[in-house]
Design a protein around this ligand. Sequence first.
Ligand code: GDP
Ligand code: MG
Length: 453
Amino acid sequence: MLEKFGTSLKKAMTKIAGAIFIDKKLIEEICTELKRAMLEADIPIDIAKDLLEKIKKQASKDQKGLDKREQLLKLIHDELTSILGEDEYKIKIDKKKKPFKIMLAGLYGAGKTTTAAKLALYYSKRGFKTCLLGLDVHRPAAPQQLKQMADKVKVDCFIDLEEKNALAILEKFKSKIKKYDLCIIDTAGRDALSKDLINELASIKTELKPDHSFLVIAADIGQAARKQAKTFKEIGISGVIVTRLDGTAKGGGALASCSETKANIYFVGTGEKPHEIELFDPSAFVSRLLGMGDLKALIEKVKTIAETEEMEELEKVKDGKFTLDHFHKQLKTMQKMGPLDKVAEMIPGLGNLGNLGSIGKKIPDMLQVQEGKVKKWGFAIQSMTPNEKENPDIIDSSRTERISKGSHVPTSEIREMIKQYKLIKEFSSGKQKGGINKRMMQKMAKKFGRKLF
Ligand code: GDP
Ligand code: MG
């Protein structure tokens, strides 16, 4: 569902996950990626621009208690959620109504008939005695199509193959549908939004008095959904169902446009089969698009670490004050986050490293710090003078010998540690702002192979 949009968004997430610092330049880059992703998904340019403005403004503010990376991810998640649909909406079906009536309206091919059957299946599975009523008197074979689908999902269906007046069909079955908890009504569409269609729906509505009426929109119309949503809202449609979200790149535009007109999206259709419908939960939907599956778990971990204020220590790297002590703390912090490949999986984007090529697959491996090694490096650092820790360049071979004797750490390992320290320092010194990219990872991998981290 919205694969392309998701892939582009995940790319931006990977950038955030791989960045050593969240700075202005990175935020600019992320915004460029987000903009491209949103325009590809047909999200109206004004909405996209608004969102980027908000992100830039908010991202520059410091939120106490939140790590910058976490803050930025949350910000993107929340802003996207708010443009794709503010809240999750659910219908409360009142069984006393006998029947509770849900009417579907929309243009030809929007997916009304399919959705009618999907909803019938959805609610009959949830214990509501459900029937379908076919009021599409325009399209040849429309009643038969509804009946076929009703048979498939095993719900009763009322159609009339002769009658060409929708109100007459309604009258005919009025007493029959009273035996059901829920009746879902399929109506006729038109090629385009027309007065004729609007008038017909208005008269059915007056007669039927539905408890809920949905506009059914196919996601592939993208931002053209705005006009439909607006017009249908004016005739009192109470919600929207966006279908065919599985087969288009433009779905973001359809969702954003409905949401903009405050036409609440209740369900999305995600395939042709009767069970392929789901309640639309904007926040969960965006999390999925961003690949934030386990973000909550990650946030918990990051918070625990932030409490120990070690993250603040790490921030010092930014000011160029990156000593061997900081290096060691950084390694320890990373270790606290648990098996590092698991951490990598939880970082949005790092679970999906395809776009870094074959090197991407190795990142979780490279993130492995052997526990023993970090401990040893700690001993070595403890055997150094403050001057050596601040200026490791002065550590020549005789100093290395001395440190080795004091700490019982082999000189080769001390040299390896200093090498890694220098590499990290180089990457974080400003030359490499903007995060870990493919070239950097290749350089790191070449230098240290799988031994890095
Ligand atoms: P109607 O004219 O509004 O009643 O539209 P139909 O229900 O006849 O659907 C039109 C076409 O869209 C059919 O081929 C359906 O199988 C297809 N369709 C409907 N909903 C979905 C969906 O969520 N995903 C996909 N892939 N196809 C859908
Ligand atoms: Mg139909």
